[in-house]
Design a protein around this ligand. Structure first.
Ligand code: PMP
Length: 396
């Protein structure tokens, strides 16, 4: 007798994660002769590979038995101390015990989402925002809503109305050189947003992987460092853009109840971030000069941003607009009405150049005429060649 049984199924929350047409086109951009303005990758030739190698050698030769062993979930004490010290130097007094080291800031995002959100909770985001944050919030069953934004970012009055009306549980913001728009929130906006959050019952998650890549102007205080939100703000940071993303090291700074919940969630996820990688990063921060390395990186990225900005008026259709980021990695473009960035990407890839269409970054109605250009990966000469190839991609 043959017994008929159902095939095993995936969880309903992941069942609709289909392959997207954009992802399929972008897979083509891995070809070596493509000049890619698509991915958010740091420039590999700028990694301090020698300094990082030295740090790994030191910790392995001096304390192999410690760095190859399991360790605590909260993270390497010396690394937490170094992060706390860097935050303090930039005006946000922090104790090592305020911090949890994570496996990239992507994990920090996921831990916070798992710690504070129930299915059906409302999360507010900038529109557009970081794609993987949208995925992260949706994967825990949250309802993600866009906050009305203008050229300066989140509109505090619209936020006030929306956060009250929807009884939102969490506001997610990228205050510096936002992914994907490159936009930075002014101090005035940050203060106004802090007041709104303080009057609500929402958590603030402030994601800042790009803040140390500032080319112009000076550091603007984090919203999390403003007094009204001290008990409800979580700040996320990352070593990916300042050292190397392959290390997969990030951190979160959170009030005690959230941090404790994140520690428990992390135990379930991976027990702790690699002992060896954390120890090497702590050693690097002690022996090497990260600020000098960052100066070199910022200088190179600034020249690349300028090369891309200088060339855009010649290659984009008349009537296009774009952002002028003061740091970070991204320029956001809006083509004139009637253009479709996904069609343009197909033409661009045929011409051996790539970018990312903007539509997937929207939590609300997608704007098909938008796209994101990353300026960090290629040297100035390649950027110039890429711009030449880009011009032919845009047809109405
Ligand atoms: N947040 C934002 C806004 C990002 O753009 C990224 C990656 N590009 C991350 C978080 C995740 O970075 P990582 O996990 O490498 O720290």
């Amino acid at each position: 007798m043959v017994i008929q049984v159902d095939s095993p199924t995936l969880a309903s929350r992941v069942a609709d994660v289909a392959s997207s047409p954009v992802r399929d086109i972008l897979a083509l951009t891995e070809k070596p002769d493509i000049i890619s303005f698509a991915g958010g990758l740091p420039a590999p030739e700028l990694f301090d590979a020698v300094g990082i190698e030295k740090a790994y050698c030191c910790v392995l030769s001096e304390s192999a038995r410690r760095v190859l062993q399991y360790s605590t979930t909260e993270g390497d004490p010396q690394l937490r101390e170094a992060v706390a010290e860097r935050l303090g130097r930039r005006g946000f007094p922090t104790r090592p015990s305020d911090l949890l080291i994570t496996t990239g800031s992507q994990q920090a995002l996921s831990l916070v989402a798992n710690s504070v959100l129930d299915p059906g909770d409302t999360v507010l985001v900038e529109d557009p925002t970081y794609l993987a944050a949208l995925q992260c919030f949706r994967s825990v069953g949250a309802r993600v809503l866009p906050v009305p934004c203008d050229a300066e970012g989140v509109d505090p009055d619209a936020l006030d109305e929306l956060i009250t009306r929807t009884r939102s549980k969490l506001l997610y913001l990228i205050p510096n050189f936002q992914n994907p728009t490159g936009r930075t929130l002014s101090l005035g906006r940050r203060e106004a947003i802090a007041q709104v959050i303080a009057r609500s019952s929402a958590w603030l998650v402030e994601d800042d992987p790009y803040g140390e890549l500032r080319f112009e102007g000076s550091h603007i205080p984090w919203i999390s460092s403003l007094a009204p939100v001290a008990d409800r703000a979580v700040l996320l940071g990352s070593f990916s853009k300042i050292m190397a993303p392959g290390l997969r090291l990030g951190w979160l700074r959170a009030p005690e109840p959230v941090r404790r919940a994140c520690v428990v969630a992390k135990q379930a996820a991976d027990l702790h971030t690699s002992t060896l990688d954390q120890a090497a990063a702590a050693r690097y921060l002690k022996d090497a000069d990260l600020d000098a390395h960052l100066d070199r990186t910022r200088g190179a990225y600034r020249r690349r941003r300028d090369a891309l900005l200088d060339g855009l008026p010649q290659v984009l259709p008349t009537g296009s607009t774009w952002s002028n980021p003061l740091g970070g990695m991204f320029i956001w473009v809006r083509l004139p009405d009637g253009y479709d960035a996904t069609t343009a990407l197909r033409n661009a890839v045929a011409n051996r150049v790539a970018f990312v269409p903007g539509a997937p970054f929207f939590a609300g109605t997608p704007d098909q005429a938008t796209l994101r250009l990353s300026f960090t990966l290629h040297a100035v000469e390649e950027i110039t060649t890429g711009l030449g190839r880009l011009g032919a991609a845009f047809t109405r």
